[in-house]
Structures are given as structure tokens and as C-alpha cells.
Design a protein around this ligand. Structure first.
Ligand code: NAP
Length: 245
């Protein structure tokens, strides 16, 4: 299979975004990656012949500069985001909650709004939002992140209604535990604590999720894959994980 459509991937400097850049470029898409860490972004994108530009989805100026630099965009993978902190609501940190809302929700909205004219122009647009099982499940000490992912899911589902009759598909890919930098970021660089999240179980890899994204975007244009929920076999819910030590 060979594709020549242009695909934007946000949060392309690591984890699921980086794996998606590799998967889409490998299938022949013209990929443009965006993220804040330019050194990491350059390394990921240049290794597979993808273009890149600095992007902070929480900054409206950065979003418009990034999108201004695009001549085409048939697919947007809204992947930038993540979790910060792990506290009960009684100890919630306002700054962390605001930051999660900015990247996971407002960032997704801003990027989508900015590229929508390009998605429509080509007649085969596709929005792929990387949500999470946290978009429809909750767990103790996770409310800041689960609230943001619930909100992002609401935006995605609303878009599918609003875009009915227009040439843009909307897909949500909702993973369970994936071993990336996600937990290191969440626990402010504490690698030992991050490793405990995946201890004694086999998590998904970023490539497993990228494979789902690639599958969704390579279906025929009349087929809309609404939602893919993908978890490790060792995970039955956000809180129920089989571990062997
Ligand atoms: P990751 O390795 O930490 O990657 C997060 C990516 O998002 C990085 O490339 C980061 O790049 C980018 N990013 C964060 N804030 C950004 C901003 N303001 N502007 C632009 N880019 C930004 O974690 P990941 O697991 O691949 O996470 C990717 C997505 O999957 C997130 O939306 C996350 O919520 C979701 N997810 C993860 C899991 C999991 O278990 N890992 C499960 C379900 C869903 P820079 O720091 O360079 O900007």
C-alpha cells in the first residue's frame, strides 16, 4: 500500500507520536511532525524522511505559525498531551490541572480548528484524536487527567456530529497502558515511580498504538472508524491490571 497524502502528527517527539510518524512515513504518507523539543523532533522525523516544525499546542501563536507553514493536510493526528501529577481531588494542583486541560483539550481544539479548511479542501480529510481509556473510565488520584481526557472525548464526538456531510472522518484511538515517557512526565522525572506503572505486566508499545492509527487512516474514504479501544491483555480496566512478580 502506498499513500501520498499529507499527515500532521502532534506530539511527534516521543512515544505514540514518534511511532505514528514512523508508521505513516513507512506507508508512504508525507508526514509533518510537531512538538516542543526540537532536537528530539528532528531526530524522529529526519530518520524517516518526514518534515517537522516546532509546535506548542498550548500557544495559539505557535499553532497558527505551524499551520501557516502547511501547504496541505489530509490527516491530523492530535496526539500531543499527557498527565501531570497523581493526587486526590482534595490535594489538586491548579497549575497541573490547567496545564493538562491546555494540552489535551484546548490544544486538540486549536489544532483541529486551524487545519479544518485544509482537511476539507482535499476532499479526504481525517481527524484522529489520541484519547485514552481515561476518557471514559476514572481512577483514584487521576481526576485531573481523566477530566481532561473526558473533555477531549466530548470534543471528538461533537466534531463527528458537526462534520456530518463534509469530507472529513473523525476517529478516536483510546489506549490503555502504553510504555512511553508518559509516566516519567506524570511523575516529574521520577523514573523509579514511572517504572512501577508497568511492573510485572506487559504494556502496549507505542508502535502497537501507531499500528491502530495506520489501520484507521488506510480504510477506504467512505469508512469511518469511530473508535478503537486498545489495551494490553494484562489490563481489564484502568484499575484492574494483572501483574506477575
Ligand atoms: P510521551 O512519550 O510523553 O509523549 C507525549 C508527546 O506529547 C511528546 O511528544 C510531547 O512533546 C508532546 N507534547 C506534550 N505537550 C505538548 C504541547 N504543549 N505541544 C506540543 N506537543 C506536546 O507520552 P505518550 O504516551 O506517547 O502520549 C501521547 C498521547 O497518548 C497523550 O495524549 C496521552 O495522553 C495519550 N495516552 C497515553 C497512554 C500511555 O499509557 N502512555 C495511554 C493512553 C493515552 P514535547 O514535550 O517535545 O512537546
Amino acid at each position: 500500500m502506498s499513500e501520498d497524502r499529507a499527515a500532521v502528527v502532534t506530539g511527534a517527539s516521543s512515544g505514540i507520536g514518534a511511532a505514528t510518524v514512523r508508521a505513516l512515513a513507512g506507508a508512504g504518507f508525507r508526514v509533518i511532525g510537531g512538538a516542543r523539543r526540537e532536537d528530539r523532533l528532528r531526530e524522529v522525523c529526519e530518520a524517516v524522511g518526514a518534515s517537522w516544525a516546532r509546535l506548542d499546542v498550548t500557544d495559539p501563536g505557535s499553532v497558527s505559525a505551524f499551520v501557516h507553514g502547511l501547504d496541505e493536510c489530509a490527516i491530523i493526528v492530535n496526539n500531543a498531551g499527557g498527565a501531570l501529577g497523581f493526587e486526590p481531588v482534595s490535594d489538586a494542583d491548579d497549575e497541573q490541572w490547567l496545564s493538562m486541560y491546555q494540552s489535551n483539550v484546548l490544544g486538540l481544539m486549536r489544532m483541529t480548528r486551524a487545519v479544518l479548511p485544509l482537511l476539507e479542501r482535499g476532499g479526504k480529510g481525517h481527524i484522529v484524536d489520541v484519547g485514552s481509556i481515561a476518557g471514559f473510565e476514572v481512577y483514584p488520584s487521576g481526576a485531573g487527567y481523566t477530566a481532561a481526557k473526558h473533555a477531549a472525548r466530548a470534543v471528538t464526538r461533537t466534531l463527528r456530529l458537526e462534520l456530518l456531510g463534509r469530507p472529513v472522518r473523525v476517529t478516536e484511538v483510546n489506549p490503555g497502558l502504553v510504555e512511553t515517557e508518559f509516566s516519567t512526565v506524570r511523575f516529574a522525572g521520577d523514573a523509579t515511580r514511572a517504572a512501577q506503572v508497568y511492573a510485572g505486566m506487559t504494556p502496549l508499545t507505542a508502535a502497537d498504538v501507531a499500528d491502530c492509527i495506520l489501520w484507521a487512516v488506510t480504510r477506504p474514504p467512505h469508512v469511518n472508524v469511530d473508535e478503537i479501544v486498545v489495551r494490553p491483555r494484562d489490563q481489564a480496566s484502568a484499575t484492574l491490571v494483572h501483574r506477575e512478580f
